[in-house]
Design a protein around this ligand. Structure first.
Ligand code: PBG
Length: 344
């Protein structure tokens, strides 16, 4: 038989009998067409940058989160200025509190001269263009490591905790917080915080609620960064069961009624169904938190050469936005902003 030189055979697109009526590939045929039909865009203004602070004079590398630092207040100001230049202008502050300030009743959380309160005042002076969001929860201040006050029998007390959270939120508002963000998952805290803020004249301080915060195993590296892991038990009596989605809609309804301005799903990537569901069920803006474990999975896979870090960072964020997030809390915020600059 004659040898077939396949290189010289020009494949024909004319296949008799084959009729293809729809050709979606036409909308992918060139970079220009692809840009015209693109549905989702990321921009630096979509990002909220979570930053860790401590009461030291210098910045420290965080062992459990390679690439992230615990900043001194001075260091934080530099990081905020660097981020503002890249178009990232919203920040959530997470404090690492010295063990000697941690108590069962978490009094340090509303100390007007505490670390977060001082950082807020300094940042407001040095970086007036930054939007400052604070975490409302007791875990960094709690000798028990829980987000709420723990009773002698080991129960997480709801109403007692809400009372302390109100004091914490108020002290952050006094120090200059633009947004307070309760991450504790106690019942009734959004309404109680709204009420006290309004009573004290802080009607323009917003509330970004961690509405569906799941009891996820993806928070481990964050707890290492703040040394805030629970001393006993887990957070399953207040954070949600990863198996549930209808329960999240109930939380969503309550947060709307109680006066939340922004509702959040956390974690993000493994919970995109929840982001989509929230978008469909509320007119409030939806935030999603790409948490420490998601950050580390991307870092670990790219540090070992398995994934292309730049591409996976942007793809993960784009997917969260496509699912319906109006804003994304991400440790990659300044990095992603730099990558976007190169892309467009
Ligand atoms: C604590 C808090 C946690 C995170 C944000 N606020 C940890 C937890 O609930 O145990 C997790 C963030 C992350 O993992 O990046 N209230």
């Amino acid at each position: 038989m004659k040898k077939n030189n396949s290189k010289n055979i020009i494949p024909s697109e004319d296949i008799p009998g084959l009729e293809i009526s729809a050709r979606p590939r036409r909308n992918r045929k060139s970079e220009t067409i692809r840009k015209l039909v693109k549905e989702t865009y990321l921009e630096p203004g979509d990002f909220i940058y979570p930053v860790f602070i401590h009461d030291g004079n210098s910045d420290e590398e965080i062992t459990s989160m390679p690439g992230c630092k615990r900043f001194s207040i001075r260091g934080l100001i530099n990081e905020v200025k660097r981020s503002l230049k890249l178009g990232v202008s919203a920040f959530v502050l997470f404090p690492a509190i010295k063990d000697s300030y941690k108590t069962p009743l978490c009094e340090e959380s509303y100390n007007s001269k505490g670390l977060v309160q001082r950082a807020l005042r300094e940042l407001k002076k040095s970086c007036p263009d930054a939007t400052l969001i604070t975490d409302i929860a007791l875990d960094p201040y709690n000798s028990e490591g829980h987000d709420g006050i723990v009773s002698p029998s080991g129960e997480i007390l709801n109403d007692f905790t809400v009372d302390v959270l109100c004091k914490q939120a108020l002290s952050h508002a006094h120090a200059g917080a633009d947004v307070v963000s309760p991450s504790d998952m106690m019942d009734g805290r959004i309404g109680a915080i709204r009420e006290i803020l309004d009573e004290e004249g802080f009607t323009s301080v917003s509330i970004m609620s961690y509405t569906a915060k799941y009891a996820s195993s993806l928070y481990g590296p964050f707890r290492g960064a703040l040394d805030s892991a629970p001393k006993a038990g887990d957070k399953k009596t207040y954070q949600m069961d990863p198996a549930n989605s209808r329960e999240a809609l109930r939380e969503l309804m309550l947060d709307e009624e109680e006066g939340a301005d922004i509702v959040m799903v956390k974690p993000a990537s493994h919970y995109l169904d929840m982001v989509y569901l929230f978008k469909d069920n509320t007119d409030l803006p939806v935030a999603a938190y790409q948490v420490s474990g998601e950050y580390l999975m991307i870092r670990a896979a790219s540090d070992s050469g398995w994934l292309d870090e730049d591409k996976i960072i942007l793809e993960s964020l784009l997917s969260i936005k496509r699912a319906g997030a109006d804003m994304i809390i991400t440790y990659f915020a300044p990095r992603a902003a730099e990558l976007l600059k190169k892309q467009y």
